[in-house]
Design a protein around this ligand. Sequence first.
Ligand SMILES: [Zn+2]
Length: 405
Amino acid sequence: MHDHRRIGRELDLFDTDPLMGSGLPYWLPAGAAVRHALEEYVRDVERRAGYRHVYSPVLGKRELYEISGHWAHYSDDMYPPMDVGGEQVVLRPSLCPHHALIFRSRGHSYRELPLRLAELGGMYRSELSGVLGGLTRVRAIQLNDAHIFCTPEQAADEARAALELIRRAYAAMGIRPARYRLSLPGAGGKYVADPDMWRRAGALLAEVLDSLEVAYEAVEGEAAFYGPKIDVQIADGAGREATLSTVQVDFHQPRQFDLGYTGPDGTRHRPVMVHRSIVGSVERAVAHLIEVHGGAFPAWLAPVQLVALPVSEAAVSAADALVRRCVARGLRAELAGPERGTLGARIRDARLVPYQAVIGPREAADDQVALRLRDGRRIDPLPAAEALARVLALTSGHGLDLWDG
Ligand SMILES: [Zn+2]
């Protein structure tokens, strides 16, 4: 496996600046293109799975986190409050409290449940500067988050469906979980004291894992303070594990925020919150993608998906026209002309680009494209429109195969 920091620099994906601060990377255009493709994929998958997207602010009043329980159980990881006009506001350590308030802002009938609120939102973690590096330990996190408000009877199905979305996303990204972990509470005052709640929520998640026949390890001391989690663990080259995706069942925050819905009997009932993240934080997801693929991202994620390589000056205008057609159809395409060196050198420079279109005099005259694939395969010349349509079908299908023939 590769070091994502080295490749991130070599491929101009992201960087840091001491004036922005450690643990606060910025994304260069190539890295932003990867991130954007990942975010677009996640939002699309969520929309199709019945999620509704919201936006909420990255700041909240201190009282909000006192109610949620973060202040009592999680303040070590939070930034100190800021005094603003006599009020204390904090950078949020998670999105749950905001989503609980959004749910609470409107009356709900059981007919609307499960209500799935999703957001790719910012949150902040007060990491010490000694442990920061690259994209894996950061102070500003963009989380692919969602909270499903549902009846207790719906919670297991929702958790199961979320795990299936995770599996599908991993297949599209070409990554594999190192293991599944059922994260349970441990000793100490970190966890909300309610043994019955922990038993119910833990049993529910174990049942979900069993029903999907997923092998997992139950580990104490890794739960969220409000509830147990299914954590999908990934490992780096050194075997160090981190949690990427998670599915959690929470009976605590609905009670803290006094959430309710009207049941079929006309009385008020308490919903359950299922917290889930499909790809985790975009920082960690992209770091892992870089390490697993060594910069050769699946075509749908590649910063540049197609490079046009005119054999000589005479083919430059045809290559340029091809790039423009690609860009107009939504592909990320670039021209690498003769001023960048010999054809061989340009092909070597483009070795991470999934599709390389070599344009010689014949291709230029006939509006054809001879594609070379990143994996070394060569495709016989095709009419440009057909080559383009096939590349688009492959990239928009989020598959790993570079060709369908
Ligand atoms: Zn949450």
